[in-house]
Ligand binder design. Structure first.
Ligand code: NAD
Length: 425
């Protein structure tokens, strides 16, 4: 019988890889074939890779991890994360534990509306052009929806048009926004197809010339909001809470700091995105563009202290994610990641990705305001160095300890230590 599902797996990080795989396999019911894909260092055959992109000559594997302790809207999640950067998965898991109380991280989402843009130039009469499109809105939306009956069947499709006359360096233009509900698809192909198909009619109605017809990655109609609370005693007391709020205020006021602060958030978001074969560039572009929505680049998150003196984090991010389309179905590792995460809806995936971003942000703020980021990082850096220097098995921990204790965490030193340990073995 499968064990009762929980994301609170104590000491998961201490278990050997084989044992971790068994725990996850048992918990979520992975088949033998899925377990061997997990162990296959990437899960993607050359043939499958060759169908995915062009000029393929190989594949590249990243560590694929599972973050534990996440609870979102009262449900536990084991969260797959992929990436090369040390500390990310550990920080996410630790901070998720601090935000597990009660329902855990609260998350909400809007309808999954993406925007397709049609650029119209050389319009003889802007007012008349706007009027003509408004008059024909229903016909335009109907013809867009005829292109994607599957999307419409699931409750999605083109829902509205917005008209945005803009001034540019080369004169006025009309930008037509097609608002498309993409349901469980990321939607770029669906939206681009609709934008391209509507363009000739829009050119005719406006007397202008259409040029670009493409999705906008500023997905500001497809938002997820998360909120997490950490009891002050869990994070080092009231002073520690104040320091985290002060660190956040710095990021919110100063773009130089905000870029790094937000990069930390995206460490979490992008790692989940990569594990589930999402378009992480689209998500990154949307998140950073949304962070400038008030006219200045700011923190994506907001941290404050509540009446009890506890720490509250809130974040709203655009979440253009999908569970159908793109590589989500064709990448075997993404399929396993989805099974581990156990989500049915793209909106739910968006909620978890945003929750991981918030946890990641808290991890960075805590480390920066307490011990400083390097202490944790240097140990992991030391591990990379000794592995690069050829340490294997038990030698790794021994060499890391010597390297860290010696205080000179550099590759030649790692080589020297590893050579000595190997020599004495
Ligand atoms: P897609 O076209 O492969 O799949 C979406 C289609 O799946 C829908 O149009 C619908 O017909 C069908 N579908 C079936 N079940 C559905 C459900 N439950 N909900 C919604 N649709 C359902 O993929 P896509 O999501 O339109 O496009 C994503 C791909 O486009 C990604 O690979 C992305 O990298 C790429 N892309 C991105 C950009 C960009 O972001 N700027 C530009 C071009 C392409």
């Amino acid at each position: 019988m499968a064990p009762e599902f929980t994301s609170r797996i104590s000491g998961f990080y201490k278990k050997p890889v084989e044992e971790r795989i068994s725990v996850i396999a048992e918990m979520v019911g992975l088949s033998d074939e899925e377990v061997s894909t997990l162990k296959s260092r990437g899960g993607l055959s050359l043939e499958a890779a060759d169908h995915m992109t062009e000029n393929v000559v190989g594949t590249i594997a990243y560590p694929f991890s599972v973050a534990v302790n996440f609870r979102v809207n009262g449900r536990d999640y084991l969260v797959p994360m992929a990436g090369e950067e040390p500390s990310v998965v550990a920080a996410a898991s630790n901070m998720a534990r601090l935000m597990r109380d009660g329902e855990g991280i609260k998350a909400t989402y809007t309808d999954p509306i993406m925007i397709g843009q049609i650029q119209v130039l050389d319009i003889p009469d802007m007012k008349a052009a706007v009027k003509a499109i408004k008059r024909n809105k229903k016909t335009l939306l109907d013809s867009a929806n005829e292109l994607d009956p599957v999307l419409v069947k699931f409750g999605g499709g083109a829902k509205d048009l917005e008209l945005r006359p803009i001034e540019t360096e080369i004169g006025p233009m009309l930008i037509v926004h097609v608002l498309v509900d993409c349901r469980d698809a990321m939607g770029a192909n669906a939206v681009n197809t609709m934008a391209e198909a509507l363009a000739p009619t829009i050119a005719e109605l406006t007397g202008g010339r259409t040029l670009l017809r493409i999705i906008s990655n500023l997905a500001d109609r497809r938002l997820v909001t998360v909120e997490g609370v950490v009891k002050k005693n869990e994070i080092g007391g009231e002073k520690a809470v104040d320091n985290i709020v002060a660190a956040w205020a710095f990021a919110d006021a100063d773009p130089y700091r905000a870029a790094t602060h937000n990069k930390g958030i995206m460490n979490g978001v992008a790692a989940v995105a990569l594990a589930l074969a999402q378009d992480h560039r689209a998500i990154e572009a949307g998140a950073h563009a949304y962070a400038v929505k008030d006219g200045r680049y700011k923190s994506m998150s907001r941290w404050s202290k509540n009446r009890d003196g506890d720490l509250v984090g809130i974040m709203t991010l655009p979440m253009a994610v999908g569970l159908v389309g793109g590589a989500t179905r064709s990448h075997p590792m993404a399929q396993i990641a989805r099974k581990i995460l156990n989500v049915d809806k793209a909106s739910e995936l968006g909620e978890i990705m945003c929750a991981v971003g918030l946890a990641q942000n808290l991890g960075a703020l805590r480390a920066l305001t307490q011990e400083g980021i390097q202490q944790g990082h240097m140990r992991l850096h030391a591990r990379n160095l000794v592995v690069m220097a050829g340490a294997t098995g038990d030698q790794v921990e021994r060499a890391v300890k010597e390297l860290v204790d010696g205080g000179e965490i550099r590759f030649p030193k790692a080589q020297e230590i590893v050579r000595r340990i190997k020599g004495s073995a």
